[in-house]
Write a protein that binds this ligand. Sequence first.
Ligand code: BGC
Length: 491
Amino acid sequence: MTLPEITSQFEPYFLLSDEKLKDVVDHFRQEMEGGLAEFGKDVAMIPSFVTGVPDGSEQGTFLALDLGGTNLRVCEVRLFGEHKFEIKQQKYKVSDELKEGQARVLFDYIADSVDAFLTDIGSDISSNEPMHLGFTFSFPVEQTAIDAGKLLTWTKGFNAKNAIGHDVVKLLQDAFDKKHIHVRCSALVNDTVGTLLSRSYQSGPALIGAIFGTGTNGAYIDKTRTVTKLGKEKIAEAEQGGQHAGEFMVVNTEWGAFDNGRKCLPISAFDNKLDRESINPRKQAFEKLVSGMYIGEIVRNMLLHFIDSSVLFDGYSSNILNTHYGFDAAFVSGVEGAKSSDEVKKLIIKMLGVNPKHISEGDIETVQWATRVVAERACKLAGCAIAAVVLHTGNDKNTEGEEDQGVDVGIDGSLAEFLPGFFDRVREALVVVLGKESSDRIKMGLAKDGSGVGAALTALQAKKAMEKRTESHSSFVPGKVGTGVTGSGRQ
Ligand code: BGC
């Protein structure tokens, strides 16, 4: 088989037709609705118990912890009000042994990292008061309160034992208490929820917070009554401004698990290989086509297939190409951003370790083809996720009467930040699915540091709720459809 014959065989899985994009969005909406109606669905649609977004006036100093991206991050976040903040942070490596060992050991390591950080920055927090910490834990957690929730499943290379089904706030607090670290974990937040809050703090009310990084996921503001699985009683209580929520609720969709049932996603042989060899086969189907942890590996699977078919690099591989997860999304971004074929050749030599004598002009084009189609599919599917939420909330058109404020989407993650053409391609998918006019209403922007600032903002709300349990008012304002926050304390 010649190379064009091979590539054309695979293109339908990567260059998605308009019909395919619309089909994906239809299924997406169905799965979102399913997750709002029943517990235990793949797209879990988790109520976050955060019921509004900040208005930018919030102030205070908080610790934030961020687990779930490439590194563990510990931050001290100072919120100055007037949409301004400052972060001091330190990153700590999380080894594969920690990711896959006993959860207790992982949480001890996290507590030790917080301790080391506080020593390093010479924290000026008074020692009588415990410091409030917001924990950005970027995995699916069924939350029961703003500071309590059980881990449903691990994702993104984590597989620590004795954590699933456990309250992750308790695991962390026990580790702090055991080590006499004077920190109180007062809020648990998914990174997408953090991104939504951080975006709103910095640039006004947003509807969606999305992550396209190591993994992918999105959170948005919905009417609490739409979360029908909470049951009539809880919804009624919530709507009357009860203790646990308000009229609106930030919902963590967990869209990374969309189409685990494989009804509509374009899953190629390369994706199947990736899935089979992953530590969570048949899970996170959407995430495995879209996110930074996986797109390098899909390209690797493709290139190996071409090498084995003797149509690439004279049929010679390299140690890096032969290694599981041997290279990552940085290679895809590098090739996508390269200005000349010579630049691509240098990347192939440096990042893939291929012997230059086996690299022809045609090979360079093949590698460019592979990175292009994988990146193209990832971005278009990312656009489908955003479009599905916009349609679900009825925000494809202006429902506000007079002035059309449009819809704001805060985005964080390495793919959005570093993959050239990410936003343009997402926009193309939005135009296909929603039409030009609706798509033009959607404003997307990077909301960096979402997990740090968002965790701090949630910790602030939790602290206020704790101090003034009877007072329902806070400075949080309606998001697109939100109003007032009440974070319930630990149950
Ligand atoms: C997790 C989400 C998280 C996302 C982005 C996914 O693997 O399940 O909870 O928000 O990654 O970090």
